[in-house]
Ligand binder design. Structure first.
Ligand code: AMP
Ligand code: MG
Length: 321
């Protein structure tokens, strides 16, 4: 009779000791990158790692936001910078690579179009066909030349990393956490999510996909371990002109906000940099083309919400029960 009692006592003690050791996760939430950014460290719940990762997000924003006057991108756009840092060159290289591979559906030179549609919103009427055509002459990723770290922009071309920088910065924040020895964490930069490792209990992280027609509800929940989940959709941001809602994602070929059979695209990939570029590109392509494109890529999966409200997913997506 004595043995089971001893075993039971040991188990209770072990649970008490483990319970006492398991630190609560630490979360930091900030308004950065023009959105809500939160980082949670689970294991270890290390405050230094959390602060360093947050610092990385804030300092990368200073370099890559085109609306910050002293950023590399603003300087490039004004012609005040010709040679960029290794990090900026690497991001531009990845961005130009996705531009080519998506046949320009993703394009880092849409800035003049964004400005045109923003001005149209302020004036209360859509831009004229002539203004769109005129602006399109300044758009095209082939107007950007990257030779080592030297960047040349053709006259009037402006870079906007808005469709890839949040993903890239999420990857860089994840790298900071890993370097600090963190093996369980979740980074969410305005819907650009990176899971570092898995949850402390060994199960995958769960990431909800918002219902584009009712964003406080979810259409699905996906499982992710050590990877990225990034969503692009027209419900998040856009232009309201004459009572009509226009997407903030523009078709670089036509110069007009995307309007097709998609409400949102969520891309799962090892790196958020790629998932971010691809979710934007897929949104421009429309369901059929985007589905075929993702199906042909290794290690990339996607969840599409179409205008009829249906949820379509590529074969490798793992949904929570
Ligand atoms: P995302 O939310 O990642 O899909 O990125 C959208 C943002 O990227 C927009 O707010 C614009 O600043 C910029 N953008 C718009 N259309 C495109 C496009 N076709 N390719 C690349 N960037 C774009
Ligand atoms: Mg994107």
């Amino acid at each position: 009779m004595k043995r089971p009692v001893t075993v039971l006592l040991c188990i209770v003690l072990l649970i008490a000791i483990l319970g006492g050791c398991a630190a609560r996760p630490l979360t930091q939430t900030d308004f950065l990158l023009d959105t809500t950014c939160s980082i949670t460290v689970y294991d270890p719940a290390d405050e230094t790692a959390l602060l360093l990762a947050t610092d990385r997000v804030a300092s990368d924003e200073q370099r890559w936001s085109r609306t910050i006057d002293s950023s590399d991108i603003a300087l490039l756009n004004r012609g005040d910078l010709q040679t960029v840092s290794d990090d900026t060159a690497a991001l531009l290289r990845t961005a130009l690579d996705w531009s080519a591979r998506t046949d320009g559906a993703f394009d880092i030179t849409t800035a003049p179009l964004t400005d045109l549609w923003k001005a149209a919103e302020e004036q209360g009427h859509p831009p004229s066909q002539a203004d769109i055509a005129d602006t399109l002459t300044r758009v095209g990723f082939d107007h950007v030349t990257l030779d080592g770290n030297a960047v040349t922009l053709q006259n009037g071309t402006m870079i906007d990393l808005g469709a890839i920088a949040k993903g890239a910065i999420a990857d860089r924040a994840a790298a900071v956490l890993r370097r600090q020895g963190c093996h369980s964490a979740l980074i969410d930069l305005g819907g650009n999510i990176v899971a570092v490792g898995e949850k402390p209990d060994g199960s995958p992280f769960t990431v909800g996909i918002a219902d584009p027609q009712s964003p406080d509800k979810l259409v699905a929940t996906v499982l992710v371990t050590d990877g990225a989940v990034v969503t692009s959709g027209s419900y998040e941001r856009g232009y309201r002109i004459g009572g009509i809602w226009y997407s903030h994602i523009l078709d670089p070929k036509t110069g007009v906000p995307v309007q097709n059979d998609l409400l949102s695209v969520t891309v799962l990939a090892p790196r958020a940099t790629d998932a971010d570029a691809l979710s934007t590109a897929c949104f421009v392509m429309g369901y059929e083309k985007a589905r075929a494109f993702v199906d042909a890529l290794d290690s990339v999966e996607a969840v599409f919400v179409t205008t009829d409200g249906a949820v379509q997913a590529t074969a490798g997506v793992q949904f929570a029960e």
